[in-house]
Each structure stands twice: as C-alpha cells, then as structure tokens.
Design a protein around this ligand. Structure first.
Ligand SMILES: Nc1nc2c(c(=O)[nH]1)N[C@H]1C(S)=C(S)[C@@H](COP(=O)(O)OP(=O)(O)OC[C@H]3O[C@@H](n4cnc5c(=O)[nH]c(N)nc54)[C@H](O)[C@@H]3O)O[C@H]1N2
Ligand SMILES: Nc1nc2c(c(=O)[nH]1)N[C@H]1C(S)=C(S)[C@@H](COP(=O)(O)OP(=O)(O)OC[C@H]3O[C@@H](n4cnc5c(=O)[nH]c(N)nc54)[C@H](O)[C@@H]3O)O[C@H]1N2
Ligand code: SF4
Ligand SMILES: [Mo]
Length: 729
C-alpha cells in the first residue's frame, strides 16, 4: 500500500467533503486537508475528522458472527456464515415464496453497492420486497420534484451558486450542525449583500445566522408556504411571463393559495402577518432567490404536498431554471442522492427508471441478461416493509441501516425484527439491529474500498481505497457475489467496483439519472461529474475511450461535460414546462389533545451521525454529545417542575422515552425536541408516529403528540418513579 496521501471523501453525510488519507503504522489512516475539492475547500466537521477511529479493530467487526444453539452470537468462518444465509433465504423462498424474503438497504451504500443490491433482490432472490432508509430521508422532496420538474436531483445547481444569489430561504435545515462546512456558502451570501431566511421551530445555530428567523409550529410549513404565495399574488409579485412561458397548472394552484389568508396562516403557524410580508418582500425583491428544504418540512405525513407548496412559491416568482435561483433539497446521507437512483428503492430500476415502465424493464433486463417478465413489480415502502416482518416477510437481508434506532415507532419495529424467521445483517460494527441477527457479516469501510457516491449537488465522486482492510472482513460486493453463487447465479455479480460501475453506466444510459458518460478515469481527473452525463457517441468502446471535455488533444466533442445546472432551457417534463400542484393545508396526523398536549419534533446534533452506530464508537464525539436529551422551553419546564438536567419522561401513544431536560428558550413553548441518535431508554423513535405521506410513504418524524412526566431516579438507578404530569392548559 502506498504511503502517500490518497485524495478521497468522507464516509458520512451528503456533502461528501474531500479529504486526504495517509496510512499510519497502526493500520488506520490519518486525515488531512484536501483543499482542491470545491464543496468544503479543506474544511471538515468533527465527524469527518475522526472517521478513522471506526477503522480500529477494537471498535469494528472483524469476523462473521452466527447465532449458536444457546442463542448467542459467536465467531464463525465466512463459508459457514454465507452458507447459513443462503440456507435461510432459500428456506423462506421454498416455504413462503420469493416475496417472503425482504431486502433493506441504505443511502450510505456506494452507487455500485446500491445498484448491486437492487439487482440481487430482483435477479437472485426474485423478490419485490426491497426498500431502503432513504425513504425516511428525502423521499418527499424527491416525489415533489418529480411531480413539478419531471426529475429529482437534490440541488439543481452547485452549492457555489448560493453566495451569489439574492436571497435564500432555508426551510427546516440545521446545516450549521448537519453539514457544517456548507455554512460558509451562507455567510458569503450575507457578506455579498444577500438575505438568509431560516424557518425552524427552534432557534438553531443555523437560525442564529439568519437575517430573519420564522419559528412556525411543527408540521405547518404547508400552510406557511401557501400564505406566502397568497401574499405574492395579493401584492402583484407573480412573474406572469414566466408562469405563461414555462409552467402549467397555475390557475388551480393560485385558487388554492387564495384560500389561505395571511391571518388564517398566522393562526395555524404562529408566524405573524408582518413576518410573512417581510419574507415575501425579501424573497421577491432581488433578481435571484432560492428555497432549500431539508428534513423539517419533508419528514411529515404531508411532506410531498409541503415541498410542492414551496416549489409553487418558486415557480410563481419565476425562480426555477433561472440563474442563481430555484428550488433545491439538501439530501442527507453520504450517497443519499446516488442511493436513490440505481434501484434499491421499492419501485425503481437503475438510472432512476420506473419498475412499472415496460421500456425501462426491457432496457435493464437486457443489461442484466434476464427476461423482462422475470423482474418483479414494485414492493412495499420502508416502514411498511418493516411492519410486515414476521408476517408476510419471513427473512430479511439488511445492509447499511440500523432501524432498531432510526425507524419510527421503533419498539414495534424491533419486535417485528425479533419475530423474523431469519435475519442477516452486513455492517461494519455490531449495531443494535445487527445484534438481533442470526448471521452478521463484517464488511470493509470507506477507506478500505473504492466506489462512487453522488453528493447532494448531483456530483458523482470517486471514493478511493487508501488502506488494506484487516483480515476477516469482505466488501458488500463480495458478499453479494458469494450469496448469488450459493443461490445459483454464478455470473453478473462482480466484486470489482469499477466493473460494476461499467455495468451501471449501461443500465442507467438513457434514463433520467444518466451516468453513461462517466468513467472512473474521468472521476479521478475531474473533481466529480454532474449527472445527467449521457454518452455522446454510441457504443461501449466509444464510452470508454471518450476524451475528456478539457482534453486539448480531443478532436470531436465525444465526452459529455456533465450538467451542473438543470432546467435552464426546459424542465424534464414531456412538454418542458414545470407543473404547479394545487395543494391545501391539512393538519398533522396526530394533533395534541388533553392527554398528549405537547408536540415532539426530532432531529440531529452536530457530533453524532444518524443511529449513532458509527459515531457513538468515537470517544471525541461521545465527549461532545454523550447522550440523549429533551429540549424544553423554560415555561413548559416550570409547569413540569423540571430543572436543567432532570430526567424527563416523554410519553406518546407508541411508547415512552426518558432523557435529561435541556432547558432553553430557543424552542417554542408548545414543542419539545429530541435528537434520535441513541438506543435504549432515551430512544426518540420509541415515540414517533409512523403516519405515512400518501405519495412518498415518508413517516411523520417531525411532529407527534406527547405528554411530559417528571421522573425521580431512585438512588440505585433501578427504574424511575413518576412524579407529576404536565396537563394541558
Ligand atoms: N451531525 C449530523 N449531520 C448529519 C446527519 C446526522 O445524523 N448528524 N445526518 C445526515 C442526514 S441522513 C440528513 S437527512 C441530514 C438532515 O439534516 P437536517 O434536515 O438539517 O437535520 P434535522 O436535525 O433532522 O432537521 C433540521 C431542522 O428541522 C427542524 N424542524 C423540526 N420540525 C420542523 C417543522 O415542522 N418544520 C420546519 N420548518 N422545521 C422543523 C428541526 O428543529 C431541525 O433543526 O443531515 C445529514 N448530516
Ligand atoms: N426520529 C427520527 N428518526 C429518523 C430521522 C429523524 O430526523 N428523526 N431521520 C431519518 C433519516 S433522514 C435517516 S437517513 C435515517 C438513518 O438511519 P439509519 O438507516 O439507521 O442510518 P445509519 O445510522 O447511518 O445506519 C447505517 C448502518 O450501516 C452501517 N454502514 C455504514 N457504511 C456501510 C457500508 O458500506 N456497508 C454496510 N453493509 N453497512 C454500512 C453503519 O455502521 C450503520 O450501522 O434515520 C431516520 N430516522
Ligand atoms: S460535513 Fe459531512 S461530509 Fe463533511 S466532514 Fe462532516 S460528516 Fe463528513
Ligand atoms: Mo437522512
């Protein structure tokens, strides 16, 4: 292995910060600044900086584990572990049919792995029952983007456009904590005279940076966007020419917005009419403006309509497809974008093709060398799949997710997982979900393997192998290769990521997310390539030999340069026009009442990542964020009689969680907030409501009804005694 620095990318979030890795004598790597990558220009957050800690042998898994006769997980050989998985999946298929085998993937998987997992499910297992954790992430924004623009790429422009825009509205994003190096784009926006508006029920570190902070009641962003559009119309700020030339469906959307009077919206959201007017003024006056959403407005049972309403606002004011303007979604996971394009989604084939489209089935079946009729149809969404475990779905292969901590109504999901006939988990650590498996396979990590990811801008990147993995671990691609062979499919599951990528290029060619013109060689030489990037010339050889766009020796423009900015000439709809969606406000699925009078919302802290499976194993991060907490406004805390640090029980119709109070007037008095990174007593998802968005099937992580109970811990720490309940006013 080389001793020089390898330029690569962070294992965690969708920013995919560039970093250099240098091997150390103890077998891990040292992270150093990589200034040439434009997204982070060398900056890293604490998670990225400490990521090598998870490579250590005392933290990660280095041997397969199988459950022995006593029910304990014990080390086993790879052959035994793989044989057991093949036998478990085969038995379920024989007894209950192929759809009784489920597959659950993750947006942290590289494009190559996500592609192979989708193919494995459809071709080897023949099951329709595959979905992934991205359903819990950006699926509402994806659904709304497809409806409005005909295409879902998180950001239709590079992040570097942000500082040059006139105004940015950030809806429910706490990027100062969730993507810290990206904050620079927003501080530069302000330095350049642009305006930052943040919409969040909490005055977060991000909101503190804003020129204007609106703090709506959780779950009311749809009404808020409609109220703003109402004012845009009433104040004569609609860009009539744009609406005429570039959109369809305005009349119905306009009528729906006109029914949302500012005073009515103020009552629903708690945002005052003057604040609504100020927002409209700041957004409409500059020549360019953007709306960016994240999980706040999206993780709602009306997330798709909510994002649709924000897109309507952008369309009415003539923003999408104009310079430094438009709507974007800040995707979350490391490969949150690519992971939603290449077929691990229930209804999807590679290249963002639809599984129920006959032409898409024919194209992909040809690449895969199978009969199109052998491909199963669409399956269940993530929560519905987890909910069916132990009943319709008897065996599960899970890769890169930890639903025991991260799924809504987690106690129920955990119980469903426990009721499976057979569970196999591939992970790098023994996560809470892996600990329930019959077989656990230890896999290689980011620094030990090569693969591509697609960041939140739609920029395809090459993550490079920098060190040799330890004995005893294998890559996810090797796992799928071995399992396919054991299940009778000898070909089509290569273990070399570049070979998989070459096939992915062909499978995606002509689809909405077209990677055909992208090669590992290009990715190594350019700082990523934005999709769509079709192959200009036909034929595989032409693809491979295509000169780079900036190659001075090239004769004909054979390589496509990629597409940093979308929709400049037309939208990806059949007629090229964007679509307004007529949407109206509706309540959250579970409004507070006398029994459960308080709203709970959930989210993240800077030092922990997701279910915490990786970051809870890093000492420096645990020191910064040691455990769960409940953010409570002083007024609510006083009613409860809770002081800073006192344990508080949060109780919903689904369960109960206990965590110390963190008293702050940075949150609305009617709302409490819990981060979801921890298992056990403080697990936020014991409480959350799996009410699903009808289109995206996104659960309502961001709003449910709870009551608070003060608890007194007994000296011995056994159990807790209820002291007092906060009643409704
Ligand atoms: N440190 C850290 N960084 C991460 C992650 C992590 O786990 N930890 N995860 C990555 C992933 S996968 C994702 S998806 C992103 C998520 O990134 P973000 O979306 O920024 O993260 P969240 O904290 O889930 O939610 C953002 C904000 O939404 C607010 N909010 C809650 N309810 C509502 C509401 O009803 N309306 C509005 N407007 N806002 C509301 C919350 O108060 C919170 O501040 O972060 C990525 N980066
Ligand atoms: N209450 C509440 N719940 C939420 C959210 C919220 O805001 N509030 N947010 C939701 C969102 S946006 C998301 S994205 C989900 C995320 O929640 P999860 O799906 O649980 O995501 P992670 O914790 O990242 O789990 C990834 C697992 O895969 C492992 N892993 C990492 N890389 C690889 C790999 O290459 N191969 C394999 N086989 N394993 C790997 C990690 O060690 C870890 O155990 O949580 C959702 N849950
Ligand atoms: S912001 Fe995201 S990609 Fe960048 S270092 Fe932190 S976790 Fe990694
Ligand atoms: Mo996410």
């Amino acid at each position: 292995m080389q001793n020089t620095a390898t330029p690569t990318h962070c294992p965690y979030c969708a920013l995919q910060c560039g970093m250099n890795l240098t091997p150390t004598p103890d077998g891990t790597v040292e992270v150093s600044e990589r200034a040439d990558f434009p997204v982070n220009r060398g900056a890293l957050c604490g998670k990225g900086r400490t990521a090598p800690a998870v490579l250590a042998r005392n933290v990660r898994l280095t041997s397969p584990l199988v459950r022995d006769a006593d029910g304990t997980l014990v080390p086993a050989s790879w052959d035994e572990a793989l044989d057991r998985i093949a036998a478990g999946l085969r038995r379920t298929r024989a007894e209950h049919g192929p759809d009784a085998v489920g597959v659950f993937g993750g947006g942290g998987l590289t494009n190559e792995k996500a592609y192979t997992l989708g193919k494995f499910a459809r071709v080897v297992l023949g099951t329709s029952q595959i979905d992934y954790n991205g359903r819990f992430c950006m699926s509402s924004a994806a659904a709304a983007g497809i409806k409005a623009f005909g295409l879902d790429r998180g950001l239709p422009f590079p992040l570097e456009d942000i500082p040059k825009s006139g105004c940015v509205i950030l809806v429910g994003s706490n990027l100062a904590e969730t993507m810290p190096p990206s904050l620079r784009f927003f501080t530069e926006l302000k330095e350049n005279g642009g305006t930052l508006i943040v919409i969040d029920p909490r005055r977060t570190r991000t909101a503190e940076q804003a020129d204007l902070h609106l703090a709506p009641r959780p779950g009311t962003d749809l009404a808020l966007a409609l109220g703003l559009l109402h004012l845009v119309i009433a104040e004569g700020r609609v860009d009539e020419e744009y609406v005429r030339e570039r959109t369809a469906g305005w009349e119905d959307a306009r009528a729906a917005a006109m029914a949302h009077w500012p005073e009515y919206v103020e009552r629903i959201t708690g945002v005052s009419v003057p604040q609504l007017r100020e927002t409209v003024r700041l957004f409409c006056e500059p020549e360019s403006a953007m709306v960016l959403t994240a999980r706040g407005p999206e993780q709602q049972s009306k997330g798709t309509d909510t994002v649709g309403a924000w897109i309507n606002l952008c369309l009415a004011t003539g923003r999408p497809g104009r310079p430094l303007s438009g709507y974007g979604c800040l995707t979350g996971q490391g490969n949150g974008q690519g992971g939603r394009e290449h077929g691990q989604k229930a209804d999807q084939l590679p290249g963002y093709r639809k599984l129920d489209d006959p032409a898409a089935r024919a194209h992909v079946a040809e690449v895969w060398g199978v009969d199109p009729d052998s491909l199963p149809g669409p399956g269940r969404s993530a929560y519905e799949l987890l909910d069916a475990l132990g009943t319709d779905i008897r065996s599960l292969l899970l890769m890169a997710s930890n639903p025991v901590v991260s799924a809504p109504r987690a106690a129920h999901v955990e119980e469903r997982i426990r009721s499976l006939d057979f569970l196999a988990v591939c992970d790098v650590v023994l996560s809470e979900t892996a600990a329930l498996a019959d077989v656990v396979l230890p896999v290689t990590q980011w620094a030990e393997e090569t693969g591509t990811t697609t960041n939140l801008e739609g920029r395809v990147l090459l993550r490079r192998r920098a060190i040799t993995p330890p004995e005893g671990v294998r890559s996810d691609l090797e796992v799928m290769h071995e399992l396919a062979a054991r299940l009778g499919v000898e070909k089509g599951f290569p273990t070399d990521p570049e070979e998989v990528f070459e096939e992915l290029r062909r499978a995606s060619a002509g689809g909405p997310a077209d990677y055909a013109g992208i090669t590992y060689r290009r990715l190594a030489e350019e700082n990523g390539v934005f999709w769509p990037c079709p192959a200009v010339e036909e034929g595989e050889d032409a693809l491979l030999d295509a000169p780079l766009p900036d190659d001075p020796a090239r004769e004909t423009p054979t390589a496509h340069p990629g597409t940093p900015r979308l929709f400049l000439d037309r939208f990806a709809t059949p007629d090229g026009r964007a679509r307004f969606v007529p949407v109206s406000h509706r309540a959250i699925a579970e409004e507070p009442d006398d029994e459960y009078p308080v709203l709970l919302t959930t989210g993240r802290v800077v030092a922990q990542y997701q279910s915490g499976a990786q970051t809870r194993r890093v000492a420096e991060l645990n020191a910064a964020a040691p455990g769960p907490f409940v953010e409570i406004h002083p007024r609510l805390a006083a009613r409860l009689g809770a002081a800073e640090g006192d344990p508080v029980a949060v109780v919903s119709r689904r369960g109960r969680a206990v965590a110390p109070a963190r008293i702050t007037n940075a949150i609305r008095p009617d709302t409490v907030f819990m981060p979801f990174h921890w298992p056990g007593e403080g697990r936020a998802n014991s409480l959350t409501n799996p009410a699903l968005d009808p289109t995206s099937r996104m659960p309502e992580f961001k709003a449910c009804a709870v009551r608070l109970e003060a608890v007194e811990r007994e000296a011995a720490g056994e159990g807790s005694v209820e002291r007092e309940t906060v009643s409704s006013r």
